[in-house]
Design a protein around this ligand. Structure first.
Ligand code: NAG
Ligand code: NAG
Ligand code: NAG
Ligand code: NAG
Length: 334
């Protein structure tokens, strides 16, 4: 569920349409914590790639807006293939012409390949989630300097096993593999790819932690809402243990680090959990048929994902990011 069009994104940056989405006093925190020109300069001749679910797309849109603040002529920022930034199944690549930089988004909610079931599968099987085969878009990620992966929202019972989407490994369906085990294996597949393709010195790999949803009185498809939440949570107690997703992500990030890669755990879960007021709720994209479910999982922009990008910027700054050298540079053999 992508929420915003390019037109609106540009208008956001000019501050005109902003009111339409502004439900609460979301403070625009570009400026001293985020130096767009510095980020652009460091990224010159480079590629920043987001790959994952629509929450990752939300963060990508936020970064486009934040980086655009360092550009004086917005006509020099455009989609490379002339595609509109509407809800999109494939990928989009925004070029910052003056910096020879592209900031790209690839829609791969599961990161791995979703396939037809094998011939001999039983009838209940609709799709095979091939946990040992990274999505073929990964061929396009080779050469990226910064890679930001997101996965989480699709890794639940409802969007997998209950829909007849089962896990497959080495050509064989495994009817007993559970969702978190499938997630763990898929991240291992991602890890193998990064070890093969990312330069230890210059390739930066981020995996974003789980982004909390805030449905009240139901779920997204049963009348849940969040439009009455118009202030941040102030007495939210951090849970004793991280969501299982995050433990799995953290483990794989550590393994990448041990293998000498610049891997980062983009840990946004707790700070984001406080912001029940930051979702579009019933203020959804124009053309949304009515009545529509509320959106309490994506985020208004400017908003919470801007903070995630400030954290991302801080992390690459602290590891001396520059694109002078190649990043995840080797071409993958398909
Ligand atoms: C733009 O960047 C690409 C790498 O992404 C590089 O191959 C190309 O030479 C650069 N173009 C210019 C004009 O510097
Ligand atoms: C802005 O950029 C566009 C595209 O490169 C160019 O055609 C236009 O002349 C520029 N405008 C200004 C005021 O520099
Ligand atoms: C389906 O075929 C594969 C490969 O030939 C085999 O390993 C697997 O056991 C078969 N599965 C079933 C349910 O018959
Ligand atoms: C299916 O996956 C489960 C959990 O990973 C594993 O314990 C089991 O051995 C697998 N079954 C086969 C036939 O590979």
């Amino acid at each position: 569920m992508g929420l915003f069009h390019l037109v609106r994104f540009e208008v956001f940056c000019l501050g005109v349409l902003f009111q339409l989405y502004k439900k609460t006093d979301i403070v625009i925190t570009c400026g001293n914590r985020f130096d767009a020109q510095d980020f652009l300069e460091r990224s010159r001749n480079g590629r920043i790639v987001f790959a994952g679910d629509s929450i990752g797309r939300n963060q990508w849109e936020s970064l486009l807006c934040m980086l655009s603040q360092g550009v004086s002529n917005l006509s020099t920022v455009y989609e490379e293939h002339g595609n509109p930034i509407t809800k999109h199944k494939g990928f989009l690549s925004i070029r910052f012409q003056d910096y020879n930089l592209t900031v790209e988004y690839y829609r791969v909610p599961f990161l791995v390949v979703i396939d037809h079931p094998p011939q001999n599968a039983s009838e209940e099987v609709q799709r095979a989630i091939r946990v040992d085969k990274l999505h073929w878009f990964s061929q396009k990620w080779a050469g990226a300097n910064v890679l930001v992966f997101s996965a989480g929202h699709w890794w639940n019972q409802d969007k997998t096993l209950k829909m007849g989407w089962y896990f497959q490994e080495e050509g064989t369906l495994n009817m007993t593999m559970d969702v978190m085990e499938g997630f763990r294996k898929s991240l291992q597949t991602l890890k193998s790819w990064t070890l093969k393709n990312c330069d230890p010195e210059t390739g930066h790999i981020f995996i974003r932690s789980y982004s909390p949803v805030h449905y009240r009185d139901g779920d997204w498809n049963t009348g849940g809402h969040c439009d009455l939440s118009n202030a941040p949570e102030i007495d939210y107690v951090k849970p004793e243990s991280e969501p299982l997703n995050n433990q799995i992500i953290l483990n794989v990030v550590k393994e990448m680090q041990i293998a000498n890669r610049k891997a980062h755990f983009l840990d946004i879960t707790y700070l984001t959990a406080m912001r029940k007021d930051g979702h579009p709720s019933r203020y959804r994209e124009p053309g949304t048929p009515q009545p529509a479910p509320q959106d309490c999982s994506h985020w208004c922009l400017p908003g919470i994902p801007d903070t995630w990008n400030e954290l991302l910027y801080a992390q690459i700054l602290s590891s001396g990011f520059k694109t002078r050298k190649k990043g995840c540079g080797k071409k993958v053999i398909p």
